[in-house]
Write a protein that binds this ligand. Structure first.
Ligand SMILES: [Zn+2]
Length: 647
């Protein structure tokens, strides 16, 4: 049996509502947890809340409620968000739980008994906001170097943890374990920090100024410093939250995911605490970066704090999960630009994955009665071999490499998945099943192509599941695959050719509807075949005046080129008799630019201009087809002049 996979997020401090930073770490941990469950590993995924400390006490006082009531309210907010984001945590820990508090007290007592905690008088500059002392050299003009608020000189008796004793051991550990702190730049940062003498850590606060905390077991006048309480959660949880509680089985943690701002507390405080308790250190502490919004730091005063609830309501859970992990290498800072978010939804998700699924299902329904046909070996070509090699190396090589918890590279895993999406779309373009279907002699080839297209999607379904669980489930449903994703589907290697044939596909809704850029007030899509529904009931019929509002004209296509990053859109320059227009048409999967130049077609000439993938379109071409274009509307017996009215 492989070692159980134990992953944690930080426990989030409940002085404020959840924001995109919390969502980011938690989604990252969720992807890791789902991936390992698919591989058949025992997984324990822990998240939770840090509920003690000065700021919580202050926030509660401000709201006129008890600290516990404040914590309960915030807990609900976090849990609601995790549900909305599809987070599959196995445990949710709250530091106000008596069972956690008992473990903290036990650890404190043990260190105290071993003379690793001592009492001393301390004088220093205290910042109430940051709940910490500063030394004389840290303070600038009587202000806190962190938050710039005034500091006050405070002298108090406190308890200290002999952290300094463990400096060399920690340096040795860092040296001997290259993947202990990730990424490399953060490891260097910690090593740099440890070049300066490490001081002992004050681990108590007098109750006279802070009552909201865990009482020291050996002195009832003090509560525990919030970090000494919070960090212990990673071990205390194992005593009562897993279905079979066991510290022995689950510790040490495989990976702690943390934001870069709390790396020192984890790499130094937590590690030395564990050393003092004679407990092994976690395998990896992985620090990720911060998000800015449109190039600016998020802050309440700027009013640009990203609310994950709003993102999900507007764009969907899976699109949000995808963007956060695709856009920026995990470990680096990232910028949340709405333009790139919408660009990725439209190109990667709608035109890429969504399109591959919908056209494959349509083709199987049209040419194979909705059942995935069996392939014919003699009708296979190198195109199928290329698909197979790419798909198998995706599942069995790229994903295992990029998702390793000591080198997490979500963006590269997603790049590899989208490599297969692109190959799948190109495969359908190149093999052109709609052409094969016209020739009975090609039926073996047609069957083979449809099978391999479905097989590509089966692999994509498994590969996307950790990142986009709802999407994977919907893909499996439409493909007729009997997958239960809570099972270890990737425990044994997935072989190309084992799936699919004989299953019945189901047409479903588009996986990812295209999103209009917010600046464009939802323009009608100048795309062929926008509506396939035939108006049959009285209410949906229009009168002649309605129809006459639409100005249809004959046009001749002068030039055509593909819109970059789109496999669907062609940019056309057309002659309208009296003028030349640019029209973007969604016919690129059926036609290449060379196929349409010189064609005489019909366009809607009085449509409001709109932008598609950033390219202006001044009209719309008429074409037949539902989701996939079957053909442009052209003229057979006559060749009317451009600009001629069509009625
Ligand atoms: Zn401060």
């Amino acid at each position: 049996m492989p070692q159980p996979f134990y992953i944690t997020t930080p426990i989030y401090y409940v002085n404020d509502v959840p924001h995109v930073g919390h969502a980011y770490t938690t989604i990252a941990a969720d992807v890791q947890a789902r991936w390992h469950r698919l591989l058949g590993h025992e997984v324990f995924f822990l998240t939770g809340l840090d509920e003690h400390g000065q700021k919580v006490q202050q926030a509660a006082a401000k709201a006129g409620i008890s600290p516990q009531e404040h914590c309960d309210r915030l807990t609900l907010q976090f849990q609601t968000l995790w549900q909305k984001l599809g987070i599959s945590n196995d445990g949710f820990i709250r530091t106000t739980d008596a069972r956690h508090q008992a473990v903290v007290q036990r650890f404190l007592q043990e260190l105290y008994d071993n003379q690793l905690i001592y009492r001393a008088e301390y004088t220093g500059w205290y910042c109430t906001f940051d709940e910490r002392f500063w030394t004389e050299k840290d303070v600038n003009d009587g202000r806190c170097p962190d938050c710039q608020r005034p500091v006050e000189q405070l002298s108090e008796s406190n308890y200290f943890f002999r952290m300094s004793q463990f400096q060399q051991r920690l340096l040795d550990h860092l040296e001997a374990n290259p993947t202990f702190i990730r990424p490399e730049s953060r490891r260097n940062e910690v090593a740099g920090f440890l070049q300066k003498p490490l001081e002992d850590l004050s681990i108590s606060r007098p109750k006279s100024r802070l009552s909201w905390g865990i009482e020291l077991p050996f002195d009832a006048d003090y509560v525990t410093y919030v970090w000494f309480d919070a960090l212990v959660n990673y071990m205390s949880a194992l005593e009562y939250l897993p279905s079979q509680p066991s510290v022995e089985r689950l510790w040490p943690a495989t990976v702690h995911l943390v934001g870069k701002d709390i790396l020192t507390t984890h790499a130094v405080y937590w590690s030395t605490m564990l050393m003092a308790l004679e407990v092994p250190l976690p395998h990896t502490i992985f620090a990720h970066g911060w998000w800015t919004v449109d190039g600016e730091k998020m802050s309440k005063s700027r009013g640009n704090v990203l609310d994950p609830h709003a993102m999900v309501d507007q764009f969907g859970t899976d699109a949000f999960r995808y963007f956060l992990l695709r856009e920026v290498p995990f470990g680096q800072d990232g910028d949340f630009a709405f333009e790139s978010f919408i660009g990725r939804i439209n190109s990667d998700l709608a035109n890429g994955l969504g399109n591959l699924l919908s056209r494959t299902i349509t083709l199987i329904q049209r040419f194979s009665d909705g059942n995935v046909p069996a392939p014919v070996a003699s009708a296979s070509t190198e195109l199928e071999t290329e698909l197979q090699t790419t798909a198998e190396s995706l599942l069995h090589d790229h994903l295992p490499t990029h998702l390793r918890s000591d080198r997490i590279a979500f963006n590269r895993a997603l790049e590899a998945i989208w490599g297969l999406v692109q190959l799948g779309n190109q495969y359908i373009d190149k093999t052109a099943p709609w052409v094969l279907a016209k020739d009975p002699a090609c039926s073996a080839r047609l069957q083979t192509v449809l099978f391999h297209a479905a097989e590509t999607l089966r692999f994509l379904c498994l590969a996307t599941y950790p990142f986009m669980p709802d999407t994977a489930r919907e893909m499996a449903r439409q493909l007729g695959l009997p997958y239960n994703f809570s099972q270890a589907l990737l425990k044994d290697p997935i072989a190309w050719g084992d799936g699919g044939s004989g299953t019945t596909v189901v047409k479903g809704k588009a996986l990812f509807p295209r999103v209009d850029a917010p600046a464009t007030p939802s323009p009608a899509q100048p795309q062929a075949g926008a509506s396939a529904s035939s108006p049959t009931d009285e209410n949906s019929r229009i009168n002649i005046q309605d129809f006459q509002k639409v100005e249809l004209k004959v046009a001749k296509i002068l030039t055509a080129e593909r819109v970059p990053k789109s496999n669907k859109l062609l940019k056309l320059q057309v002659d309208l008799g009296t003028e030349q227009r640019q029209i973007v048409a969604g016919i690129g999967k059926k036609y290449g630019p060379e196929d349409v130049v010189g064609k005489t077609i019909v366009v809607v000439a009085n449509l409001k201009p709109a932008k598609l993938m950033g390219v202006e379109s001044q009209g719309m071409v008429l074409a037949a087809g539902d989701e996939d274009v079957e053909g442009l509307v052209t003229f057979k017996d006559v060749d009317p002049q451009p600009g001629t009215k069509v009625k």
